[in-house]
Write a protein that binds this ligand. Structure first.
Ligand code: PEP
Length: 250
């Protein structure tokens, strides 16, 4: 039985005050321990505040991105070593907004995945298709290609220290969520692809669903056998709703 994980991606939202309040409210929501693994991924400047506020609570902190490089003349980049030094435990790689707005290729995402692991961070590898790709029945081809790029570069063993997030692009921030059955079908495909390389790792790896998850729809999606929690954007910015999603994963 895999322990579920709910991770909040704040995107470019927040402030120091917001970070303090949200973390305090979340910690207070679970006085008797967390119902599942919980992580928050604030913007880079608020990571130290988040790590400080989360100390002593069950909440872990992750970054929304990471440099593929470890050090050097890479203005504006933040390395895995820096994130680990701050106390981060996770780094999201390959979010669709990074892929589409910043032109990140499968190859760069694979290098970021490797960079996270080099520094002891657990990468949350995002994969997912656009609406056009889904309608052209290319979901498995796209998700398979994104996953294979990382498998080819990192190897199957690397997935024993990684999380995968299936995030259909058409469901991110749109209010339109995949049905539990649609999510399950792609999650089963992802797990099957890994199983062909290593059944033990495939059974162990957490595959999260992301795309307009809310407290109201989380339980149905999380009830699917291959869904191990969620990567939550908008609904992670409000503590009561986010806590409700975490409870649905309990
Ligand atoms: C995300 O940003 O990864 C996400 C899933 O966003 P939302 O929950 O707002 O759709």
């Amino acid at each position: 039985m895999r322990q579920k994980l709910v991770a909040g991606n704040w995107k470019m939202h927040g402030s120091r005050t917001f970070t303090r309040s949200l973390l305090a409210e979340l910690a207070a929501a679970f006085p008797d321990g967390a119902p599942c693994d919980i992580a928050v991924c604030p913007p880079y400047p608020y990571l130290p505040e988040a790590v400080g506020c989360a100390a002593g609570s069950p909440i872990l902190v992750g970054a929304q991105d990471i440099s593929a490089e470890d050090e050097g003349a890479f203005t504006g980049e933040v390395s895995g070593g820096m994130l680990a030094d701050l106390g981060c435990r996770f780094a999201i790689v390959g979010h669709s907004e990074r892929r589409s707005l910043h032109g990140e290729s499968d190859e760069l995402v694979a290098r970021k995945f490797g960079a996270a692991q080099r520094h002891g961070l657990v990468p949350i590898l995002c994969v997912g298709e656009s609406l056009e790709e889904r309608e052209a029945e290319r979901t498995e081809a796209v998700v398979g290609r994104q996953l294979k790029a990382v498998l080819d570069s990192a190897g199957i063993e690397a997935f024993s220290h990684a999380v995968i997030a299936y995030e259909p692009i058409w469901a991110i921030g749109t209010g339109r969520t995949a049905s539990p059955e649609q999510a399950q079908a792609v999650h089963a495909f992802i797990r099957g692809l890994l199983r062909s390389e290593n059944a033990t790792i495939s059974d162990f790896v957490k595959v999260l669903y992301g795309g307009s998850v809310k407290a109201a729809n989380a339980a149905d999606i999380f009830a699917m056998p291959d869904v191990d929690g969620g990567l939550v954007g908008g609904a992670s910015l409000e503590s009561a709703g986010f806590a409700g999603i975490c409870r649905a994963a309990g």
